[in-house]
Design a protein around this ligand. Structure first.
Ligand code: NAD
Length: 356
């Protein structure tokens, strides 16, 4: 299969970790007879330095024209004082909007080999955590009408949280389809005891459930979800929720693994185009030292194969290779444990690629 991938290396450790993900994808191509063509586009601070904007129109067009987009990370202290309109993160919001990326998939996986990195007790973590949060990314209170006005001599601020049935239905479908490919259990997270948007959310999820009889749907209130993620995270398979709840819960969930460098993510559009990136930032404190953990980016590459290219076997192969490298005791500094072998960012990429 031939695929065009637009590569956004970005700032800080972005170029280092993306290079390792491409190394692994190239090895997948060799093994399975695919051809991936990479087109580089500057994004974030490096684009501001060259062009005065965090992404150019031409760069954006290359993202839209691709089969998929792979991102490292953007930002750093050098650009912290840029005016809000041209800050590095602006480019990420623009790409999400232009590509219509409405579904954010965030797996939280605690590899059993790294159980000691979790802030949770061993008896709670059990044989490892493996859950996935599907977050609606382009609706709700972050995008609804907002205003601050003076009422009776004081300031009053209002943010409205609108959700239409079709917005809920399309994220619901992504969640049901995703649950179908995993453990077939879907928890729909809402606040239906208080919010109208949540009541519509729940009603829509139940209507969709009739089309997915093989997926077991349950409802859970967002406050209880926040508690259960700490108390008993292994009960979950897939969770689906609206934008703000998902923002908060996915950050909470990512911390259960204690290793930010391991976590991949995917943002999907209505077609097969998606953007794939590790959840961490550009880590300016370790940039250029060849010590960053590239596994989150490598696993984002695996998600790209699974969700945009329908290459489940190839994705499984990458995930198995990561597992094998951890089993063999190789660790980058951030996940280093006693008795293991410390390796650099590029060594880690080589070790995974060798096992493809
Ligand atoms: P960060 O995620 O970059 O770093 C937090 C800590 O985790 C740092 O100590 C860093 O060294 C470590 N870390 C992160 N990724 C690692 C990896 N792969 N391997 C080993 N250690 C890793 O968060 P921050 O320091 O708050 O932000 C730094 C910059 O990144 C800021 O400019 C911020 O705006 C930007 N940022 C970008 C994105 C993105 O591009 N999607 C996301 C978050 C933050």
């Amino acid at each position: 299969m031939n695929k065009n991938i637009t590569v956004l290396r970005g700032d800080g450790i972005g170029p280092e970790i993306v290079a390792e993900a491409l190394k692994v994808l190239d090895r997948v191509c060799e093994k399975y007879g695919h051809t991936f063509t990479y087109t580089d586009v500057d994004i974030g601070g490096c684009s501001i330095d060259k062009y005065g904007v965090p992404i150019t129109d031409e760069g954006m067009a290359k993202c839209k024209a691709a089969d998929s987009v792979l991102l490292g990370a953007v930002g750093g202290p050098k650009w912290d004082s840029c005016p809000p309109a041209i800050r590095p993160e602006k480019a990420l919001l623009a790409v999400r909007k232009e590509l219509g990326l409405f579904a954010n998939l965030r797996p939280t996986k605690l590899f059993p080999q790294l159980a000691d990195s979790s802030p949770l007790k061993q008896e709670i973590v059990g044989n490892g955590i493996d859950l996935l949060i599907v977050r609606e990314l382009t609706g709700g209170v972050y995008f609804g009408p907002k205003k601050t006005e003076e009422v009776n001599g004081e300031l009053v601020a209002t943010d409205i949280m609108p959700y239409s049935e079709h917005e809920i239905e399309r994220i619901g479908r992504v969640a049901f389809e995703t649950a179908r490919k995993r453990g077939k259990r879907l928890a729909s997270v809402d606040k239906a005891n208080v919010l109208d948007t949540s009541r519509l959310w729940r009603k829509t999820m139940h209507r969709l459930a009739e089309e997915y009889p093989d997926v077991e749907l349950s409802d859970i209130l967002v406050d209880n979800t926040a508690m259960q993620l700490i108390k008993n995270p292994t009960q979950f398979d897939v969770l689906v929720t609206e934008n703000m709840f998902g923002d908060i819960l996915s950050d909470e969930a990512s911390m259960l693994t204690g290793s930010i460098g391991m976590m991949p993510s995917a943002s999907l559009s209505e077609g097969t185009l998606g953007m794939y990136e590790p959840i961490h930032g550009s880590a300016p404190d370790i940039a250029g030292l060849n010590i960053a953990n590239p596994l989150g980016t490598i696993l984002s590459g695996a998600m790209m194969l699974r969700y945009s290219f329908d290459m489940a076997e190839e994705a499984d192969t990458i995930e198995a290779a990561v597992n094998a490298v951890l089993d063999a005791g190789y660790r980058t500094g951030d996940i280093m444990q006693e008795g293991c072998t410390k390796v650099s960012c590029s060594d880690m990429g080589d070790l995974v690629a060798e096992r493809i």
